[in-house]
Design a protein around this ligand. Structure first.
Ligand code: MLT
Length: 329
């Protein structure tokens, strides 16, 4: 008799715990959700996070705060989220650097992809090769000859080792068989200000941040880094680097949403549902398309699809980075 009673008690406890867990998660989110952007304000990651945050606010019916934690090519902000409480209230918006950092950094302040739960891929966009307004070269071919005449004369701004701008710059120099002095920033937001002001010469910047400045005539545009040209009217005549002579050159920058790895499954499900609904938000889509960004609509919006994509990207970039021999430390 005692055993049966004990079993009933245990079953009751399990159900209460289960109910307790479900009740707690049913309330989620009952306080603001923070999106950590691992770069300074004013750059493409910041822009993407703010647009996503606004769409998520509507779906979660909860305040969404964007916090910039820049430094070390995005790895400091990423570590902040890896160490955050796994409760779904601190999330990471990070781009391709999430997949390149494990190969670029011999010592990362987090355990790479395994410290995170993938919530879904957000978008992808090309980068652009842009220059300060006073640069004499008007085309990529003229720029290539200008650099070849005196390789040390120009510098290139980027957002630190592991940033998209640095990776693109690395690939550009390898493809052009030259080296260009680099000038690191905490994000390409502040770097763009200096480029427009003429304090730095070149940048390989995501379309997200470059399109408004190109459309406004604030910077010189030489090429896009994607395999295909952009379709935005102001950029339709901008050649790809591949058609400009850098055979097979193709860099597309993607952004994903991540939570700390031990975040409970019911919370991850709620966040993924909100993300998928946010990516269908007409306002988000309109804002994205105006900047040449493609919002993800395929299986990579699901956690498993996102995770698989990241793992293939980690493997792909490992080969490229090992071949280039450039490491962060
Ligand atoms: C930014 O938001 O500042 C950029 O994503 C930095 C970079 O990756 O180049």
């Amino acid at each position: 008799m005692k055993n049966i009673r004990r079993r009933w008690v245990l079953t009751g406890v399990a159900m209460a715990l289960g109910a307790g867990m479900t009740a707690a998660h049913a309330e989620f989110p009952d306080k603001p959700v923070t999106l950590i952007v691992p770069f300074a304000a004013g750059g493409p990651s910041d822009k993407i996070a703010r647009d996503l945050g606004e769409a998520l606010r509507k779906k979660l019916n909860q305040t969404v705060i964007v916090e910039n934690v820049g430094g070390a090519g995005g790895t400091l902000g990423t570590a902040r989220v890896a160490k955050a409480p796994p409760d779904g209230y601190t999330l990471l918006v990070r781009h391709i650097g999430f997949a390149t950092a494990p190969s670029l950094y011999r010592k990362l302040p987090y355990k790479g992809v395994d410290d995170f739960a993938c919530l879904g891929l957000i978008n992808e966009a090309p980068s652009t090769l842009i220059g300060k307004p006073t640069l004499p070269a008007r085309t990529f071919d003229e720029l290539r000859k200008y650099i070849a005449a005196d390789p040390g004369r120009l510098n290139l701004a980027h957002a630190g080792v592991g940033s998209a701008s640095q990776l693109c710059g690395l690939m550009l120099q390898a493809a052009m068989k030259t080296t260009i002095t680099s000038v690191p920033y905490k994000g390409t937001g502040p770097a763009m200000t200096d480029l427009m002001g003429g304090q730095v010469d070149l940048m390989c910047e995501q379309a997200t941040n470059a399109v408004p400045q190109i459309e406004g005539g604030k910077v010189k545009a030489y090429a896009v880094t994607s395999a295909q040209r952009m379709t935005l009217p102001a950029l339709a005549n901008l050649p790809t680097l591949a058609e400009s002579g850098l055979k097979d050159f193709s860099v597309t920058v993607w952004h994903g949403l991540y939570a700390p790895k031990d975040t409970p499954a019911p919370v991850l499900r709620k966040l993924n549902d909100a993300l998928k609904a946010a990516l269908k938000d007409p306002d988000l889509i309109k804002r994205s398309e105006a900047l040449g960004i493609t919002v993800i609509t395929d299986g990579r919006v699901e956690p498993a699809g996102h995770r698989h994509f990241v793992e293939t990207e980690v493997a792909r970039w490992k080969k490229v980075i090992e071949a280039s021999g450039s490491y962060a430390d």
